[in-house]
Design a binder for this molecule. Sequence first.
Ligand code: FAD
Length: 325
Amino acid sequence: MKLTDTKNIMVYVETKDGAPVSVALESLAEAREIADERKEEVLAVVIGKKDDVVVNTVIEAGADKVIIVEEESYLFEKYAGILKELVKKYKPSIFMAGATLAGKDLTPMVAKEFETLSAVDVLNIRIDGEKVVLTCPVYGGTILNDIVMNTTPIVMTVRPGSFSKNIVAGRKGEVIKEEIAVPESVILSKIVDIIKEVAETVNLEEADVIVSGGRGMGSKENFQLVQELADICGGVVGATRPAIEDEWVPRSHQVGQSGKIVAPKLYIACGISGATQHISGMIGSGYIVAINKDEDAPIFDVADVGIVGDATKVIPLLIEEIKKL
Ligand code: FAD
């Protein structure tokens, strides 16, 4: 189908602890903007129990219609099957999901069904007639690649923090209930138990302030300073892979290519060199402060403010100054 023949944009709204994840609301805002220009509708898909709070949030974030499919906990084959059926039925021009673990799990299945590609970690969307140009980071974020797509549906995951939410209180929308039975034969996995790791309570993706520590903190004891600075700033702790491997903090705190992609308003990097695999996970941050004793450390290339010094001495001074505020 040609892009100009389509009537809607579909956004998969992932929920966590009873609320849509941030990137879903950001995707809805971007979908709304494109839909307004092209006179299309925004369809949001929520899989789970019907929840009025979630529905209202999704509508206020930009959806014209919220399609609810009642299902139990996340099961990859089932959710992918539901989304494929919805894309077949509603024929969107664009199908978006957040670049979360679930989003990256599901979008390739939707793309495969329609023999198209799934663009990953989209930072920008530009529509030019029949063509859609998607900007995506490659090589750990060191290069931005423009991908031109001209067959529908255009399937993508959206990188957290790339678009701004636009919640309009009181915006009206419609709820559609769909029942989709996914054949048992395609379901190859089953949930035996759901175990919530204690460490999983850290929600880096949604945090406004992240204080991250790297190998330069020197020891688990010194790493405690990172926690203290995070606490006093009302933020959460992030870490580089070496800090995780040295077991200074649990793996759920890892920021970067093989960890979490974050986009806080403030990111403070302490004793972090700035390897591309780390930068690619935090480059979307609003304001970056770096503390490193090496003035040539690559982290200073992406920092808004750089402090050259020993982090174990600079952090206590920062804490002292913040306490005075
Ligand atoms: P280092 O590179 O060793 O840097 C330590 C820094 O601390 C140095 O710049 C030094 O000058 C500074 N320093 C030392 N002492 C002090 C002090 N007292 N005060 C202030 N500064 C000090 N890494 C990630 O972080 N996240 C990922 O998701 C990730 N994924 C990866 C995936 C792959 C496939 C691969 C190959 C690697 C990945 N890495 C990842 C590892 C990455 O390549 C780097 O090795 C890592 O990010 C470096 O961490 P670091 O900055 O803590 O350590």
